[in-house]
Design a protein around this ligand. Structure first.
Ligand SMILES: Nc1ncnc2c1ncn2[C@@H]1O[C@H](COP(=O)(O)OP(=O)(O)OP(=O)(O)O)[C@@H](O)[C@H]1O
Length: 217
């Protein structure tokens, strides 16, 4: 199973010209703000059409992109995770879907919050519920935009390990600005200025791509 891409897309002043491959397992996609990570994910998910080029899906039957998720404040965590079962298509769900949703919520650590209202959750709890909803899609190709955004360091590492386990027999790719999770994934892809600059296992990453942020003066 793999996804090979060679695509171009212009959005205003920005130009994506990205070529690479996503393989079975968990891939962390990193790079500066505005580098083109989300744009590439949306193309791979089929939400955005490239101007040129192609994406080849081998062995991939279903795909899902999960980024920011809007949920009404009075919806429950269960409602949100169940929405993932329908790939956010709002279709009716059955008893089996509810059982699967509960299983994924438990896996991610929000099982005890299933009946809680969205509006009462902390940012990190919402983030985890979004990941539970994403996993509940059971898509072969799952593209997650910043699933670690609101999480504390230890929680990030736990989630990265979980995503690596869940990526067996699938492709899970996720963007992150938290380089501490890179050792927890199978592959790293570095995107800068709209191009894939490096890709490979985390143990072989070119240190030039791991420059530390400038410290406060
Ligand atoms: N609809 C649009 N019109 C014009 N420019 C756009 C549009 N959508 C995205 N862009 C620009 O494309 C560039 C890439 O955006 P993208 O969201 O893919 O970056 P990113 O790597 O995911 O960034 P971040 O890490 O900040 O989320 C940015 O400069 C952004 O402003």
């Amino acid at each position: 199973m793999y996804v090979a891409f060679d695509v171009e897309k212009r959005l205003g002043e920005f130009r994506l010209s990205a070529r690479g491959e996503l393989r079975e397992g968990a891939t962390c996609v990193v790079g500066p703000n505005g580098a083109g990570k989300t744009t590439l994910f949306k193309i791979l998910a089929g939400i955005l059409k490239p101007d040129k080029g192609r994406v080849e899906y081998v062995g991939v039957k279903s795909r899902a992109y999960v980024g920011d998720l809007y949920a009404p404040p009075d919806s429950t965590v269960m409602d949100v995770v169940l929405a993932g079962r329908t790939r956010f298509g709002g279709k009716p769900v059955g008893r089996e879907d509810a059982a699967a949703a509960a299983r994924f919520a438990e896996l991610v650590g929000v099982g005890a919050l299933l009946q809680r209202r969205w509006g009462t959750l902390s940012g990190g709890q919402r983030q985890l519920a979004v990941v539970a909803a994403a996993l509940a899609t059971e898509a072969d190709l799952l593209l997650l935009d910043e699933p670690m955004a609101n999480l504390h360091g230890d929680r990030r590492a736990e989630l990265a390990e979980l995503l690596k386990r869940e990526a067996r027999g699938k492709i899970i790719a996720y963007t992150t600005h938290h380089l501490d999770v890179l050792p927890c994934c199978d592959y790293v892809m570095v995107i800068e200025d709209g191009e894939v600059k490096w890709a490979g296992p985390p143990s072989q990453i070119d240190p030039a791509h791991l420059t530390r942020p400038k410290a406060c003066r």
